[in-house]
Design a protein around this ligand. Structure first.
Ligand SMILES: NC(=O)c1ccc[n+]([C@@H]2O[C@H](COP(=O)([O-])OP(=O)(O)OC[C@H]3O[C@@H](n4cnc5c(N)ncnc54)[C@H](OP(=O)(O)O)[C@@H]3O)[C@@H](O)[C@H]2O)c1
Length: 343
């Protein structure tokens, strides 16, 4: 194949916030699949807070990205050539395809996806994002109709879906997000009952007013001071869903705190449980079917924030930590005129 493969190479580990200069653009010849492998043309790369966590030299739920690697990324694309049983040109696959035009990888490391849905939805609401919201609330948080649920990073990828699932399950939902515009969007467009701006000087008193008689479930995407602010409002037997720690990912050292958690855990008999969505892979098909049915029924709006072009990948990852996205952030690297339908 004469076409070139554009790649963003991870050059060096960042200190603090991600900056664009830790990546270098290169071009390589497109690879050829070996036995059991496939060649995939990457169409959308998912930008995730976890991308930053993978840059530290410690394994998370996967090995870290190493200097010299193509930047790791969940992504979706189409098979161009296959030397693996069960895969053929045109199949839609999702996996760790990386920031590049073409990936050659073992077919056993990707997931074949249903062409009935759009690639944006397959990578977002019907992918890791939606599944994280689904399992976090239903399996870990075990929400019950009538309960009050607080969600942080509420205007982001997971938060927007989690809030809407909690609403359709009959809960009262309070979102925490940065800025008045995002908060208005959550209540006016996505049906959150209340949204509170954590950047407002009156955040703590606004949160106290919003929660009313207390919080049954806190879906924590951020940790840090926002988590600390929610602790006093948790009810006896409240549950904390530890989904992510956005406030920590850019720190070289772990943060202390949150203050007040241990005492509250004992006195209020709280349960705090972390999870990784990959733990639930055995039942993803059922969860995806539920999510798709809610979309079809008009109960779930999946907001997608698509940025255009391979060149924008580093800048858009920086933007993720500055709150530039609403809903699921992804970058279109290539597009095809394949059969995927919207919805
Ligand atoms: N456990 C799992 O299996 C799993 C799977 C996927 C994701 N996650 C976690 O879920 C969380 C949400 O992920 P996502 O994909 O939905 O990302 P996201 O919310 O779309 O991430 C970006 C948003 O987070 C907010 N943010 C960024 N830095 C922040 C900070 N220091 N403090 C408070 N808010 C900050 C910003 O919104 P504002 O403008 O509102 O600040 C930004 O728009 C992350 O912690 C992620 O690691 C966990």
């Amino acid at each position: 194949m004469s076409e070139k493969n554009r790649q963003w190479i991870f050059l060096k580990r960042p200190h603090g916030l991600v900056t664009e200069d830790i990546f270098e653009r290169r071009e390589e010849p497109v690879g050829e699949p070996g036995e059991g492998e496939i060649l995939v043309k990457v169409e959308f790369a998912s930008l995730d807070p976890a991308n930053r966590a993978w840059m530290e030299p410690v394994p998370t739920y996967k090995p870290p990205v190493m200097p010299g690697d193509v930047m790791h990324s969940f992504a979706i694309g189409r098979v161009v050539r296959s030397r693996a049983d069960g895969y053929e040109a045109g199949d839609i696959v999702e996996g760790m395809l990386g920031w590049q035009d073409y990936a050659v990888l073992p077919a056993s490391t990707v997931r074949k996806r249903n062409p009935r849905h759009s690639l944006e939805h397959l990578l977002g609401v019907l992918g890791i994002t939606g599944l994280t919201a689904y399992y976090g609330l239903l399996e870990v948080g075990r929400i019950v109709a009538g309960e009050t649920v607080v969600i942080s990073a509420a205007a982001g990828a997971v938060g927007t879906i989690a809030g809407q699932i909690a609403k359709l399950k009959g809960c009262r939902v309070i979102g925490i997000a940065g800025g008045a515009r995002k908060c208005a969007w959550l209540t006016e467009e996505l049906g959150f009952d209340v949204a509170v701006d954590y950047k407002s000087p009156g955040f703590k008193s606004e949160l106290a007013k919003a929660v009313g008689s207390g919080v049954h479930v806190y879906f924590d995407n951020v940790g840090g001071e926002i988590f600390e602010a929610v602790i006093p409002h948790l009810n006896t037997y409240g549950r904390i869903v530890a989904c992510g720690t956005l406030t920590n990912y850019n720190d070289a050292e772990p943060q202390p705190g949150p203050r007040g958690l241990q005492v509250a855990c004992v006195v209020k008999r709280l349960r705090m449980e972390g999870f990784i969505v990959l733990d639930f892979a055995a039942t993803w098909d059922k969860a995806e079917a539920d999510l798709a049915s809610w979309i079809e029924a008009g109960l779930l709006k999946p907001p997608v924030d698509v940025r255009e072009g391979f060149e924008t990948l580093p800048g858009n990852l920086v933007g993720l930590f500055n709150g530039t996205n609403k809903g699921k952030l992804m970058v279109r690297i290539n597009s095809s005129s394949g059969p995927a339908q919207q919805g």
